[in-house]
Design a binder for this molecule. Structure first.
Ligand code: FMN
Length: 173
């Protein structure tokens, strides 16, 4: 019985060794409807990663992490200014990986919306391993008179996709 429990524990540890081997953190700014926060919560659970805001983090300290996720809603076609400003203040790094995530109005524009942040991080030496985006509820400007757009997003399918995305990150490290 004891041996069985021990074997089971070893098996569980083995299953989780990918998570334990990667020290990761998520830098998140989410305010409009906390849409991106919902996605970040799912990714952080899979990666066993803490979530911090750009204002909480010292750019130098991010060097402690082998994988950093950067995410926010999309504002005027880019990640939130606080995330971009933090990326600008990061030191040059060697052998560090990052991933990007966001929620926005137009789900098919993810790659385009990520361009500014991707380019800043790449210029700092980060390898962008993957990117995730999905629609998020938006009541900005005139859309509020229509009851907003993307009501109910992110939805259950988006959460499932976010979970798969995070599991895939671990498998490909
Ligand atoms: C001021 C403002 C500007 C926005 N600009 C864009 C945009 O350029 N492109 C887009 O697809 N969505 C845009 N959106 C919609 C947000 O990206 C979307 O609602 C997102 O899910 C908000 O994320 P959050 O709740 O995590 O802050 C904008 C929203 C606001 C409030």
């Amino acid at each position: 019985m004891t041996q069985l429990k021990y074997d089971n524990l070893l098996f569980q540890l083995d299953e989780r060794k990918d998570v334990l081997a990667v020290k990761s953190v998520l830098v998140l700014f989410s305010y409009h409807h906390k849409n991106t926060e919902k996605i970040a919560n799912i990714i952080s659970k899979v990666l066993n990663a803490q979530i911090v805001t750009p204002n909480q983090v010292n750019p130098e300290d991010l060097q402690e992490y082998s994988l950093v996720g950067f995410g926010s809603g999309i504002y005027s076609g880019k990640h939130h200014k606080s995330v971009l400003d933090l990326a600008d203040r990061l030191p040059q790094v060697v052998d560090k990986r990052a991933f990007l995530f966001s929620t926005c109005t137009l789900g098919h524009e993810v790659a385009k919306n990520h361009t500014t942040l991707r380019e800043i991080l790449q210029s700092k030496g980060y390898t962008i391993v993957d990117e995730f985006g999905c629609p998020g509820f938006n009541t900005n400007s005139f859309t509020r008179f229509l009851g907003g757009v993307n009501k109910g997003r992110p939805n259950a399918k988006d959460f499932q996709d976010a979970e798969k995305f995070a599991q895939n990150l671990l498998q490909n490290l």
